[in-house]
Design a protein around this ligand. Structure first.
Ligand SMILES: CC(C)(COP(=O)(O)OP(=O)(O)OC[C@H]1O[C@@H](n2cnc3c(N)ncnc32)[C@H](O)[C@@H]1OP(=O)(O)O)[C@@H](O)C(=O)NCCC(=O)NCCS
Length: 177
């Protein structure tokens, strides 16, 4: 059985990356509004970086990470991505990551996506704890996680280093119980 099959929600399909996601991946991750708070990797500025991302996710079978592309049911538009990484089976935990194209913000799509992904994490992946790391100024992301019941645990000081600067991150978690 595939580790991470597609997931259907009311308005969305979450499906694994495909080779033909290259153009979408480039457009999506080179959008400054998407990239603004994604501080763990350098921003995407050329197609070869997007190709690396697509290949990384195409090669995810049996690894400690996955990524779904979020597709609208109504018109088949790719509007973002979401997935788990740092999946530690011994300790039953993983970190969730997500990003939505700005045109799709404010419509509850990520709430719907994470609701399904979290359910998948607790039931199929048998996780006990789901973590998220967020840049403190990313208020949309913090608001979203708060609504989903994540609890803030503390600050990771100078956690990511990018372009000559260190960035603090807030760590939040949701427990299965
Ligand atoms: C973080 C991010 C996903 C949040 O996007 P978002 O649009 O605020 O989140 P949602 O898709 O869940 O939409 C929630 C809003 O839609 C509104 N909404 C409209 N229709 C809705 C519906 N049917 N159901 C739920 N909410 C709905 C809600 O009112 C809610 O806003 P509110 O909570 O202020 O009332 C987005 O800003 C993003 O991708 N940013 C760039 C990448 C990034 O920073 N990723 C996270 C790194 S930690």
């Amino acid at each position: 059985m595939q580790d991470f099959p597609p997931i259907q929600t009311e308005r969305l399909t979450l499906r694994p990356f495909q080779a033909d996601d290259l153009d979408f991946t480039f457009q999506h991750f080179s959008d400054p509004q998407v990239a603004q708070y994604l501080l763990d990797e350098p921003p995407v500025t050329d197609l070869s970086q997007a190709q690396e991302i697509v290949q990384f996710y195409l090669d995810s079978a049996g690894k400690s990470y996955n990524r779904w592309v979020i597709v609208t049911e109504a018109d088949g538009q790719r509007i973002g991505t979401c997935g788990f990484h740092k999946w530690n089976k011994s300790h039953q935990r993983a970190e969730v990551g997500y990003d939505l194209s700005p045109k799709a913000w404010g419509q509850g799509y990520m709430q719907e996506t994470l609701h399904a992904a979290i359910q998948f994490g607790f039931v199929q992946m048998k996780l006990h704890r789901i973590e998220a790391l967020v840049y403190p100024e990313n208020v949309r992301s913090l608001h979203l996680l708060n609504k989903l019941g994540f609890k803030q645990e503390g600050a990771l000081r100078d956690y990511f280093y990018l372009d000559g600067k260190f960035y603090d991150h807030v760590v939040l978690s949701l427990l299965k119980k």
